[in-house]
Write a protein that binds this ligand. Structure first.
Ligand code: FPP
Length: 225
């Protein structure tokens, strides 16, 4: 069965570039291309949601040049998506605190999300200035502001991901086996797949392998079989 929602921590861009004697930023550019290919593949095989971690609340600590390259890649991707979204059948949503982003990026995000409302097809969720803890804290604070009880349902409805089903499968390429503040709430019952392949080397075949591994797992959601 194809998972309905796949989430990916796009890790290993920097190492991929270094191994080729290139600046780290070249790894992010290669990573953005791979995201494009994997999103198209996900759409073709019937995935409903693909969520990727593009920039975390902690990534601001990186050198200024690297941060601005990632922001430029996101701007480029969103600007191109505006042109092609209706034709490609991929909707876009951005998850994270976008208030810290440039005005240009915020305008592009607003425009892509507006077009997405009339497009049918797979949804790509791009996490930008996203942190799982930050998201949960904000949702709890919003419960208080709204004067509602802090329940799972009320938190869920106030997360950046409100309305998006929880990920079935979380993939982390790049050899590390940690969650790095990604979808902490949503991945409570997700299956995890780790691979040493660096994100810029990740292919649709590798995704097939992750899905095959996922299909061998027995999901019990805390119950018994
Ligand atoms: C992690 O690899 C990757 C990032 C922090 C940035 C991911 C961003 C992109 C792929 C570009 C924009 C995305 C889209 C959706 C257009 P790393 O730099 O930590 O790699 P390393 O562990 O090898 O150093």
């Amino acid at each position: 069965m194809t998972p309905k929602h796949i989430a990916v921590i796009m890790d290993g861009n920097g190492r991929w570039a270094r191994r080729r004697g290139l600046p780290r930023t070249a790894g992010h550019a290669a990573g953005a291309e791979v995201f494009r290919k994997i999103a198209t593949y996900c759409k073709d095989i019937g995935v409903e949601h693909l969520t990727v971690y593009a920039f975390s609340t902690e990534n601001w600590k990186r050198p200024e040049g690297e941060v601005s390259t990632i922001m430029q890649l996101l701007e480029k991707y969103l600007a191109e998506a505006i042109e092609k979204m209706e034709r490609d059948g991929v909707r876009l949503r951005v998850l994270g605190d976008i208030s810290a982003l440039s005005e240009n990026l915020r305008t592009l995000i607003a425009r892509t999300e507006e077009i997405s409302r009339r497009v049918e097809g797979m949804q790509a969720n791009i996490c930008i200035n996203y942190g799982g803890r930050d998201e949960i804290v904000r949702a709890a604070a919003r419960c208080a502001e709204d004067g509602v009880a802090v329940t799972e349902e009320n938190i869920n409805a106030r997360l950046y991901s409100a309305g998006i089903p929880d990920p079935d499968l979380v993939i982390r390429p790049g050899g590390e086996t940690r969650i790095s503040n990604f979808l902490l709430w949503q991945s409570a019952y997700s299956e995890f797949y780790f691979t040493d392949t660096l994100w810029p080397d990740f292919t649709p075949r590798e995704l097939d392998k992750a899905i095959a591994a996922y299909n061998k797992r027995e999901r019990r959601f805390g119950g018994v079989k």
